[in-house]
Design a binder for this molecule. Structure first.
Ligand code: ADP
Ligand code: MG
Ligand code: ZN
Length: 601
């Protein structure tokens, strides 16, 4: 609005300047003396006139003495007629040199100026409005554009050095960078340049980070877009954005396109019921079409990332599309230490902080969790006005990330504290006594996040596979809390509900997914269909009979029951040890691994 006003003001200013200049010029002409027509006639009769210049109604009279006069006549009447009408003899008229000139410019201009100004004004207004409208149009035109961001150098450049672990992924991506830099090297050997690389991995394992590293390493243009950015409210926009993205990319070739979170558009087609699935299908189809459309000369490589490979459309994974799949696992202990080292670089750690120990205590943490852990530690120490980050803060942050922050304000009553102490002691005691259970790492009755208390069990080393015995023992450990409450207080509280959920889920998986149950045998039960409807709704399709369903239910109950019996037996056998653990917990609130070992000895 301000802009419009400004433009108008400028427009008026120019108009004013122009008209004053014009006025100035036309007024300069009037230097001769003005006389009446009768006087001119008299002068002609007296032979004083040498010549007359006629310009429409204007007369410019030059006298014999070269003086000039100006006069006016009616424009319609010719000068000769006029003189004749005034009874001037014909010889006298012919003696005068009469010239009929052009209509005088200034006069003409001055006559039409009143028309020109409003006309100019209107034209200006129209032009101005057109521009405004065009602006809107332009914005509408960009709607179908991809909005892919070309990676810029403003952010700190990420290189492969900033990514710890993920060794295979880095190797594969280095190869891709190589392809882009020296395509000849590969094509001369008859090798086909891969079109797409799919990064698969759990959330926070560094997929986006790796892609940024590729952009930092490859000195080629790098287009970055998130899958969800393709999809707007209107059908067809996604597809046109894909087209636009690939068009831009082909122009910039050799280059890289990175589509983050591709599962937003790359879900299995035809699986959805929701209204938006048409749009997604069209977008996905367009991606497939574009990737097929690359000829061997087009040096564009598409990198995509997802944490849900199970929902991807198989057509995406076909050779010629995302034919390379790079799986990024959760980091193992060595990689965790390396990741911690990278993120500790810009943080002032005390000398006693042992990152190896932190790595040991964080199995199952993703790279993002580890980065978060050190960040939490830094915040904790900054709040305490410390200069450096100490070991305690770092270790405490592990639990913060794992369970949420401590809720010191959430004070348990004495009775609740006692129940929680026995509940946690139950978990700890059972896991201590079972061979396949993970060793107890820490017990606490300080509430964190949702939990009133917690017992942390850590595996001795990172595990990729889990056995039947481990599942059986872990269910007994989960029921340890329930069993303890039942044994010591005669009834159970809501505190055991989460344990029961987890135990039941484990039992169900043993039976229906892992084929570990004797009675039901090595097969799976139920097929998971993902409904692309209202987000993530998992719908299980039954592929078994009612009778089998009953057996499954029975088996699950059996597992839970056995686990409960194991827990109850152990707790009843070692009631005195339970009292000891609970006593220490009530007194100190937490028990670390070493102290627990001593208590149990
Ligand atoms: P994803 O895209 O896989 O969900 P991100 O790439 O966004 O995960 O990772 C989130 C953050 O976690 C990164 O910005 C980085 O700080 C940290 N991170 C994850 N993996 C690593 C790694 N391997 N090395 C260093 N930092 C990592
Ligand atoms: Mg990501
Ligand atoms: Zn519990």
């Amino acid at each position: 609005m301000k802009n419009i006003l400004k433009n108008f003001l400028i427009f008026f200013l120019i108009l004013a300047v122009v008209s004053t200049i014009l006025g100035f010029f036309s007024s300069q002409k009037e230097t001769t003396t003005e006389v009446s027509l009768a006087k001119v006639v008299q002068q002609v009769k007296d032979d004083q006139v040498k010549s007359i210049l006629v310009n429409g109604s204007e007369l410019t009279i030059t006298l014999q003495d070269d003086n000039k006069e100006a006069s006016k006549k009616e424009a319609s009447e010719s000068l000769t007629e006029l003189l004749k009408n005034y009874d001037v003899p014909t010889e006298k008229i012919s003696a005068i040199d009469i010239t009929v000139g052009e209509e005088p410019d200034g006069g003409m201009f001055m006559t039409i100026l009143p028309f020109i100004i409003p006309a100019l004004f209107i034209i200006g207004l129209i032009w101005f409005m057109m521009r405004q409208v065009q602006g809107v149009n332009n914005r509408a035109m960009t709607f179908g554009q991809s909005g892919a961001k070309l990676a810029d150098d403003k952010r700190k450049k990420v290189t492969f050095k900033d990514v710890a672990g993920a060794y295979e992924a880095k190797e594969d991506l280095k190869e891709i960078v190589e392809f882009l830099k020296q395509p000849k090297k590969f094509t001369s050997m008859g090798a086909k340049i891969p079109r797409g690389v799919l990064l698969l991995g759990a959330p926070g394992t560094g997929k986006t980070l790796l892609a940024r590293a590729v952009s930092g390493e490859a000195k080629v243009p790098f287009f970055h877009i998130s899958g969800s950015e393709f999809v707007e409210m209107f059908v067809g926009v996604g597809a046109s954005r894909v087209r636009d993205l690939f068009k831009k990319a082909k122009k910039a070739s050799p280059c890289l396109i990175f589509i983050d979170e591709i599962d937003a558009v790359g879900r299995q087609r035809g699986a959805g019921l929701g209204g938006s699935h048409d749009e997604r299908e069209q977008t996905l189809n367009q991606i497939l079409v574009e990737m097929d459309g690359f000829d061997n000369q087009t040096n564009v490589i598409v990198i995509a990332a997802t944490n849900r490979p199970d929902v991807l459309d198989p057509a995406l994974l076909r050779p010629g599309r995302f034919d390379r799949q790079v799986v990024i696992d959760l980091p193992d202990i060595k990689d965790r230490e390396a990741i911690l080292k990278i993120h500790a670089q810009d943080k002032p750690l005390e000398k006693d902080v042992d990152l190896n120990l932190v790595a040991q205590r964080t199995p199952g943490f993703s790279g993002a969790d580890l980065a978060n852990l050190l960040n939490e530690a830094a915040i904790l120490e900054a709040k305490a006005n410390k200069k450096n980050i100490g070991s305690l803060a770092v270790l405490d942050s592990i639990e913060r990330v794992l369970l949420g922050r401590e809720r010191k304000s959430h004070i348990l009553s004495d009775e609740e504290k006692k129940i929680t102490a026995y509940h946690e002691a139950g978990h700890a005691l059972v896991s201590h006594n079972l061979k396949h259970a993970d060793p107890v790492h820490k017990i606490s009755i300080i509430s964190r996040g949702q939990a009133a208390g917690y017992t942390i069990n850590l595996p001795k080393r990172d595990k990729k596979l889990q056995s039947y015995s481990e599942f059986i023992d872990s269910m007994a450990v989960l029921l340890g809390g329930f069993a303890a409450e039942k044994t010591f207080f005669g009834e159970v509280t809501t505190g055991a509900s989460n344990d029961l959920q987890r135990a039941t889920a484990t039992a169900r998986k043993i039976v229906t997914q892992f084929g570990m149950d004797e009675k039901l045998g090595p097969r799976t039960f139920g097929q998971k269909d993902e409904m692309v409807f209202l987000g993530r709704e998992i719908h299980e399709r039954r592929d078994y009979s009612e009778k089998t369903a009953e057996t499954i239910d029975q088996e699950i109950s059996n597992y839970i029951n056995e686990a409960l019996q194991t827990a109850l037996r152990l707790i009843k056998e070692q009631k005195n040890k339970m009292d000891k653990i609970a006593g220490v917990l009530l007194e100190k609130e937490t028990i670390e691994k070493e102290e627990f070992g001593k208590l149990m000895a």
